[in-house]
Design a binder for this molecule. Sequence first.
Ligand SMILES: [Zn+2]
Length: 428
Amino acid sequence: MKIVIKNATLISMSEKRKKIEENIDIEIIDSKITKIANNIEAIDADKVLDAKGKVVMPGLINTHAHVPMSIFRETVDGYSLQDWLTKKIWPMEDKLTNEDIYYASYLSFLEMIKTGTTTINDMYFMTEDIIKAAIECGIRLQTTRTLMDAGNEKLGEERLEELRKLVEKYKNYNDCISLNVGIHGLYTSSREYVQKCIKFAKENELPIHMHFCENTKEVEDIENAYNEKPIDVLNKEFKDTKITLAHAVKLNEEEIAKLSQNKNVSVSHCPVSNLKLGCGIANISKMIKEGINVSIGTDGQGSGSNLDLFESMKYTALLQKGISEEPTQMPAYEVLKLATINGAKALGLEEKVGNIEEGKQADLIILNLDTVVTKPVNDIVSDILYNVKGNNIETTIVNGKILMENNKLKIEENDIYDECKKIIRRIQ
Ligand SMILES: [Zn+2]
């Protein structure tokens, strides 16, 4: 299969190229970007996409989510994090079937395709049903079996065994599915269990994904259970371990400096979820200054509302400018990096995706700036950050496959919405 995209305004996010290039053609053969140049011959192409007047950029990368939580959208108003989990979410999750997980995941993947996200980092359970939906939708997924022992050693072991089987089955399954070791958090696991999970990650050369310092209560719980500050537990136990920390809100400047000592740490900044749950605002400006790889996540829709990373990017920029009272913080192009190449680095996928370069997998989106909120387009990159919404995306390509073309999805969607409505009505 050969696709040629013609006449694009290209924002490749590649250090090897200019920030913005006009009238660029991109050739995709099978799953890869094979050529980027002016005037690529398209006579023998199976598909030609005209991108005149449109922007082509890398598909966005969401580094923290709980994919099947789409069905819990807007159930959180008026609850604290702990109350929402114990009184609402966990009783409903107990009733979820494998089929429910499949439909709820499918809804999230539809949302991603329509809003320009091509890769997602997931943490949930019944993982095979999430993978099944991802394969059918064609999305790039990094997933896990959520690990915690929460006072029950046997359950912790069973979960780790489940992940072991998933790794055996899916490690080299296809280009779009990868696994990591998803430790729910320090506060929901014993130190011994966390050490076992780290050992498993190292033996299998997998990155770790973990919630960390989301709110004050979590920090207190960790200090009580470990008799140490969370940052000290992290630096001791996770030394030399590739890890993505979701949230990292409750870290002061000194702790951020300590965090930066581990060069394998990435942070997934989830501004919308953190605001909605009243957790606070992570000081990512300081993290970036300290050389920490910061990326962006939405969290599950239960707390993050939606998977539109354009919305999360805008919050990211505005919050940092606001809390620092420094408008020169977070230049627009730097914020786009967080949701593209930095996301790829966090997941260990930077050789494959995260920017548009010859030889990389073809994960890219085409977006329309011919809208009333972007005209007269004085600064394309700033327009993308502040005025583009997920629904400006016209075409989404993952691994060389067109999943949506000119706003037309290539997969079925109607049944999914009805099924998801039925599920939430049944388990509520
Ligand atoms: Zn989360």
